[in-house]
Design a protein around this ligand. Structure first.
Ligand SMILES: Nc1ncnc2c1ncn2[C@@H]1O[C@H](COP(=O)(O)OP(=O)(O)OP(=O)(O)O)[C@@H](O)[C@H]1O
Length: 373
């Protein structure tokens, strides 16, 4: 369906600005809390909040797939003005649903070819081939989409969005059915790399905050139909109560600068320390600042700088806080410069080392424990 109302034609070029602008957007879900949002033309933003809060509804409204009133504009193009909306296919966006919504009766290759054919910014054949390989889709290309597993269908759907390479890319829990280790270790690093090469405005919706903290530094929040943000990740951590001690273990987000990458080993600098990561999926250039995750269960503490060891990483830290956990463990809040992270050790280790808040120690972790690179 194409909208060519005279009134709408006048509105099409009326919004100024570089990015996405949402003003007073109302659906049947949020009649009391009209949505306002301003995002730059490029950047990756997380999107989370309690289930049923309205995240999918907002994404559908942005895509013109849900009845709404108000104003939506991207760049100087109006997508929605009052009750009139530009047809979805005329908005420079892509939306991936939770259930992947691939085109039925077609193969995986057909679905991808279609996205490529209608892309406003088509990818090179080399890049498409490399992405297909990285997403583990090569053996599935000839398969009808009806025969794909949930996780396979989701990987194809994300790939289809990358092939279409729209200016605004909306993802709605796109990898929830894919095995988490593959997501953190392989797919998210490749996605980060993709958007570094092909900048776009990306909204990544997920209930997995680790996905969000690997991809973004700011996050939108939707709760009971009320939209807030973009918020800093620390605020979202608080709202999700992620520092709750009930969590078995937790991942902390750290940032470091790339020194070099060779033969699968990535060398980073964090403060005065040099860190090493192996099993690296992404491609990085020297000088680039990148985020990675460190699991609280993967870190050990030493009183003195250890000698030569097979554990490659040794980071000087300040012990900020010791929090008792259940099961004979304690959680240590550590700081490397301004960056805080958590380490879980046994209560026995804490007593033997006589750890004290405010003192300085050395955190040790293996090159394989830096996740998301
Ligand atoms: N087409 C629709 N018409 C009316 N109500 C709807 C429609 N789609 C969703 N809802 C309701 O609107 C509310 C918000 O749903 P929505 O799917 O947007 O939430 P969400 O934040 O994406 O949730 P989740 O995190 O569980 O995916 C829910 O109560 C849902 O039942």
């Amino acid at each position: 369906m194409e909208l060519t109302l005279p009134l709408f034609r006048r509105a099409v070029q009326s919004l100024d600005g570089d990015g996405l602008s949402v003003q007073g957007l109302v659906t049947s879900l949020n009649t009391d809390t009209p949505w306002q949002l301003a995002l730059p033309a490029q950047g990756v933003f997380g999107f989370t909040g309690p289930s049923g809060g309205g995240k999918s509804t907002l994404l559908a409204a942005l895509a013109g797939l849900r009845g709404c009133t108000g104003k939506i504009g991207f760049g100087n193009v109006t997508w929605q003005s009052g009750k009139s909306g530009l047809a979805t296919h005329r908005r420079d966006l892509s939306l991936g649903f939770q259930d992947s919504s691939l085109f039925g009766g077609q193969t995986v290759a057909d679905n991808l070819a279609l996205a490529h054919r209608y892309s406003r910014r088509p990818l090179s054949p080399e890049e498409r081939a490399e992405l297909i390989e990285c997403f583990g889709i090569t053996p599935l290309l000839r398969q009808p989409v009806e025969l794909l597993s949930g996780g396979e269908a989701q990987r194809v759907a994300v790939l289809r969005q990358l092939f279409s390479n729209a200016a605004v890319q909306l993802y709605d829990e796109p990898l929830a059915a894919v095995d988490r280790l593959q997501v953190i270790r392989k797919l998210l690093p490749r996605l980060r790399d993709f958007w570094a090469r092909h900048p776009a405005l990306v909204i990544w919706t997920s209930h997995d905050f680790d996905e969000i903290q690997l991809l973004a530094t700011q996050c939108l929040w939707m709760e009971r139909g009320a939209l807030t943000g973009p918020l800093p990740l620390r605020e979202v951590t608080r709202r999700l109560q992620l520092d709750s001690l009930e969590r078995e273990s937790c991942f902390s987000r750290l940032e470091a600068r790339v020194l070099c990458q060779e033969e699968g080993l990535l060398t980073l600098s964090l403060g005065d320390a040099t860190l090493y990561a192996d099993r690296v999926a992404g491609r990085y250039r020297a000088g680039q600042s990148i985020a990675f995750l460190l699991g609280s269960g993967d870190i050990g503490l030493c009183l003195e700088q250890p000698g030569l060891s097979s554990i490659l990483n040794c980071l000087p830290v300040e012990l900020r806080e010791i929090v008792p956990l259940e099961g004979g463990r304690v959680r240590l809040r550590l700081a490397a410069g301004e960056q805080e992270f958590s380490a879980d050790i046994s209560r026995l280790s804490r007593e033997r080392l006589q750890l004290r808040e405010g003192e300085r120690y050395y955190a040790q972790f293996k090159a394989s424990s830096l996740a998301g690179l």
